[in-house]
Every structure is written in C-alpha cells, then in structure tokens.
Design a protein around this ligand. Structure first.
Ligand code: GDD
Ligand code: MG
Length: 407
C-alpha cells in the first residue's frame, strides 16, 4: 500500500491522534519493487509486510440477523492469512438463523481450506464462564450475555487473544462489497506496520457512502451522525489543548482494528456507542486528564491512525430511528464522561432536546460500560470456556483456536 504520512497530530498525555491519511495505491508491490522516496510525504508498505501482519490478525464479524449472501461476500473479502471469527447474536427461533450462518461458514471454509471460529453471543457456556470469573458487566439481569455490537466485539477480542493473535480488526457483516472488506483489512495492516507502539488503533474513514438521491447515485462524504459525533469529540479535545481541532474524522468508525495489548486495556461502551467511546476512554485513561493509567503502557504511547478508504462503503441501510438512536448514544457516551467539560455537556444536552431525543426535564441515560478484559483472570476463563462452550466441539483443540471450527 502506498499511503500519505500523517501531517497533523494531536498529543494528549500518552495518546497520539494522527490526521487522516489518504491511500494512493492499494497495492504498492513487493519489497524489491518499492523505491523509497524521501521527502515526498508518502510511505510505501510492501505486500510481504502486510501479509505477515495479516497472519497475526483476527478479523471479527459481529452479526445479528444479516442476509447470508452479504455475510458470504464479507467472508470472501477477508484475506486468507487472517483468522476469521464470527460472533452472532441472530435469533435461534422460530427459524434458527445461527445454524444457517454456521452452515454457510462451514461450507465456505471447507472450499477455501481454512479454519474459522463461530460463536453465538447467547451461548449459555459463555455466560456461565463470564459469571465464574466475575465478568458481570457482560451480563444482563437474566444472567445472559447482553445484546449489542460492542458485547459481540468483546467476545471476538477475547477469542482473538486466546488464539494467540497480536491484532484484532472488525468488519460489519452487512457490507455489500467484498473488495471494500479486503481494503479495510489492508489498511489495518498498514496502520500496524507504520506504528511504533504495541498500543495502536487503526480507524477507517470511508471515502464515500453511495446513496440514491433524485434517481441519481450520489457519493456522499459525511453522514449527519458522523459529522455530529466527530464535531463533539473534536470539541472535547480542543477543550484540553486550548486549540480548535478537526483531527477526529472517525468518531463512529465501525471498521477499526486494535493491537490486542490495547484492546485488553480499554473499557467498552455498550452497543453502537463503542466507537466514539474508544476515543473518550483513551483520553480518560491515558490523556493525562483523569486518573492516570500510564503505568500500564510501560513507557509507550498510544497511536491512533485514521485511514481514508478508496472503496465506497455500501451496507444495509438502517431506518431513521436506528440512525437517530446511534447518534443519541454517541452523545450520551460523551456527555457522561467524567472529563466532559460543563459547557460541552450543556451543548450536548441542548442538542438532544432540540432533536427531540430527550425532554427538557430529563437527564440523558448513561450507556452501560463493560470492564476491560485485562481485569479478569483470562487463564481461568479459558479453562471455563474449555469445559463449557468449547467442550461441545469435537474439533476443538485449545490452545490452538485457529485449528478448530467451533460449535
Ligand atoms: N454480535 C452482534 N451482536 N452483532 C451485532 C449486534 C449484536 O447484538 N447488533 C448488530 N450487530 C452487527 C450487525 O449485524 C452488523 O454486522 C454490525 O454489527 C453493525 O450493525 P448495523 O446495525 O449494521 O450498524 P449500522 O450499519 O447502523 O452502523 C455501523 O456503522 C456505524 C458507522 O456509521 C456500525 O458499525 C456502527 O457501530 C458504526 O458506528
Ligand atoms: Mg450496517
């Protein structure tokens, strides 16, 4: 991949937010083909380097009730060298959607001769294992694993870490373009290759999102939700640096990846608030603002890369209420952060009232926060998972998770 070197950076404590990087070439050739051009502001990552990083990466697909044809396309877009993990929260009755997903996955991986993992979020073995290690922030009041995309992502991260992977990336299961999925994974690998730290995050900003407007295809750049979330996160950063900034372009980036070292340290905010909350939680813990967690980083910084993809992003369109809800929960996550200044709180509150998301006399609800995976005993959890969830699978062979197809 040939890509711009980021020109801007915002530094807060140990966190570095890098400015948006544009991709010049999706594939810049092999090692020998790459001629360094100092001073051009362009960086080249040879194919071999990205391939090697891919071998250490798990790609998690969170799925709830998506069309199988779309999921199959997403599977086809994930490079062969990556481990694929599907975490499903699809209904099991009246029609067992999960069985259908499992079957599709098994067929696909038989053809491509590769192993993958699939797990259901509501598998009682998962909930039981979480309970045993006191990981109750993942459970609802019925003792089941909670619904939500973030919750699925935590499970995926856990499996990636148990499979011995160094990186975990996320792609939605409703993407129409397998080529876009492949590009996102390349961009994750690119960010990790550029990074100097074991605590890195790569967030993809879509080049465009095609929409039909007045019978014509319009390649829109920013949705209203993204523009709003980015703006509020930038205001939060500006408050602490004293300089206005537009650095954050990926406040809602569903397509993102983390080093496992970083993924294990972060708190996760429920459902669709997970992506903006990553930025907030980084600032809370490592931004030199709140209670410092800097000792966890062993002297390293946290590097956040934002890469603009080339493929248009086309996925299943949610209805207006779904989009409103997503924007609302992002605002709630910022509002309730202990580092959110009063003026910004007031702005957010007024916005919620203006958009009729909240009445004047109410306080915004607080999103549920899931504790970091590093706070639980992962060795114990692995044992419990072995005797519950994974024991049911004949093909299961811990610790080489990548050797097996689950369930
Ligand atoms: N495992 C699991 N559990 N997966 C879920 C759940 C759940 O409870 N809920 C949704 N998913 C899956 C969906 O099936 C899809 O593959 C992915 O998570 C994203 O959910 P969508 O419902 O398609 O979200 P969206 O398209 O409105 O929003 C996406 O883009 C936003 C940025 O514009 C998401 O990735 C958001 O998180 C992101 O902020
Ligand atoms: Mg979607």
């Amino acid at each position: 991949m040939r890509i711009e070197i980021p020109r801007e950076v915002e530094r807060l404590g140990a966190v570095r937010f890098y400015g948006l990087q544009k991709v010049l070439e999706l594939d810049s050739g092999l090692k020998g083909d790459v001629t360094p051009e100092p001073g051009t502001g362009i960086q080249q990552l040879p194919y071999e380097a990205l391939y090697e990083t891919g071998k250490q990466m798990a790609i998690v697909i969170p799925v709830r009730n998506e069309r199988l044809r779309l999921i199959e396309g997403v599977l086809a877009g994930i490079p062969h060298q990556c481990l694929t993990i599907m975490v499903s929260n699809s209904p099991r009755e009246p029609i067992d959607r999960f069985s259908m997903e499992k079957e599709a996955l098994e067929n696909f991986f038989q053809f491509v001769n590769k192993k993958a993992l699939i797990v259901h979020q509501k598998d009682p073995g998962l909930a039981e294992s979480f309970r045993k290690v006191n990981y109750t922030s993942m459970l609802n009041d019925k003792g089941q694993v909670r619904d939500g995309k973030a919750e699925g992502m935590v499970i995926g991260t856990l499996l990636a870490s148990m499979a011995g992977k160094k990186y975990v990336g996320f792609v939605d299961g409703d993407n129409y373009f397998p080529g876009a999925v492949e590009e996102y994974v390349r961009e994750y690998a690119t960010g990790f290759n550029i990074s100097q730290s074991s605590y890195a995050m790569v967030r993809v900003a879509w080049h465009s999102k095609p929409k039909i407007v007045a019978s014509k295809l319009l390649f829109r750049k920013w949705g209203r939700t993204s523009a709003n979330t980015n703006n509020l996160l930038n205001q939060l950063i500006s408050h602490y640096t004293g300089f206005e900034t537009e650095i954050i372009k990926t406040g809602n980036a569903g397509e993102h990846a983390l080093t496992i070292d970083l993924a294990l340290q972060l708190d996760y905010s429920t459902g669709y608030s997970v992506e903006p909350y990553h930025i907030i939680n980084l600032l809370e813990k490592y931004g030199g603002i709140g209670k410092s967690h800097l000792q966890e980083l062993k002297g390293q910084s946290i590097e956040v890369y934002q890469i603009e993809s080339r493929n248009p992003h086309l996925h299943e369109t949610g209805d207006k209420d779904h989009i409103k809800e997503m924007s609302y929960i992002a605002m709630q996550a910022i509002y309730h952060s202990p580092i959110c200044p009063d003026e910004l709180k007031k702005d957010i509150f007024n916005k919620m009232v203006r958009q009729k998301l909240l009445s004047n006399d109410r306080k915004p609800p607080k999103p549920h926060i899931i504790k970091p995976l590093c706070t639980i005993d992962l060795a114990n959890l692995r044992d419990y998972l072995n005797s519950t969830l994974f024991a049911r699978s004949q093909k299961m062979g811990f610790p080489t998770l990548s050797e097996c197809l689950l369930n």
